[in-house]
Each structure stands twice: as structure tokens, then as C-alpha cells.
Design a protein around this ligand. Sequence first.
Ligand code: GRF
Length: 199
Amino acid sequence: MPSRLAVLASGRGSNLQAIIDHFDSLARERVAKVVLVASNRADSPALIRAATASIDIANFNAADDGSELLSLLQTFRIDLVVLAGYLKRIQHKVIREYAGRIINIHPALLPAFGGEGMYGARVHEAVIASGAEESGVTVHLVDDEYDRGPIVAQWRVAVDRADTAESLAARVVNVEHAVYPRAVEMVAVLQQLESKRTD
Ligand code: GRF
């Protein structure tokens, strides 16, 4: 049985699309499938992408103690929660219940250029301002601290002298689209093996 994924997204949802396309392309061989896309923002374009792909969508309150999100995840029997441009902190209640089963992508090489408030263009602006010659992509498990959970995968992206935050962001997000679906797949396989072992 493929792992049941919930993707949480607040924004345009290009990583969501890459994940949907990746698992669709594997058809019967896929180890996971997206069964729910949920957002704290009712106007998130990611929800439109999900609806177009005939995936269930939901809105939840990100300002409560996590009860609403947790009950949504349980209702959909979610195995793995994938954050794709989700900007709020995941409540402790959800992290406790889904320990080791929430995964995030960050558009830089953590632990550098991460932490509260480091998202979107700010990350790439900070990389360029620092004079760093490399940036990249980090996939990590989510714990109670912003951008600090165990790292699952990283990929480097060179910073050109002529880069602006926009041009760097565009190259980084292309790499995200290649790396994230495969990292999600790997975590899903490991999770399936672990749950067989403990059955
Ligand atoms: C990505 O750059 C990701 O690293 C970050 O938020 C952005 C989401 O982009 N967490 P999209 O909504 O998937 O297009």
C-alpha cells in the first residue's frame, strides 16, 4: 500500500506539483501518493493545483493548539506530512503525534540561512549579501525548532557573481523540484520498513 501523504502549503505550490507529478509518473510502482493538500490560507494557489489533480483539499486554523490539523491528518489516515512552502510553525501537539513523519524543504544549505523569519526572498538576499559562493537545498525532518530537525538530503547550487535574489531563487527552486519528491520517496520507504518491523 502506498504511504498516504498530506502536503501543507501556503503559497504557489510548485513543489507540491513536482511531488504530484513524480508519484503520478511512477503509477503502480509508486511508494506514496498525495491524498490531502491542506492550507492555513484559503486563497493558496496550491489548493487549486490539488483540486485540478482531484486531490482532497482542506483549510485549517494554524493559530489553535494543533487540534484541528491533527484531527484532519487522522481523518485522512496520513502516514507522512510534507511541508511545501508552509510558513507557520507546526504546533507541538502535531509534532509529538507525527514525530519523524513531518518533512520540510528549505531553499539554502541549513544550518546556514535558516531559522524564524528566514523564508522566501529573504533567504536568497541573505546568501548574496554574505558573499557565499554556494547555496542549495535542504530537506529535513521537522521538530519544535525552526529549520533545525535532522537533515535528510542536501544539494548544492553555485551562486554567480551576477545573481540577484530572483535569479538565485529560480535556480534553487528548480533543484528543489528534482530533490524533494525523491527525498519524500526515501522517507516513505524507510517509514514503511520501520512500521513493518514494529508490527
Ligand atoms: C520553496 O522555495 C521552499 O524551499 C520553501 O518555500 C518555497 C515554496 O515554493 N519552503 P512553492 O510554493 O513550492 O512554489
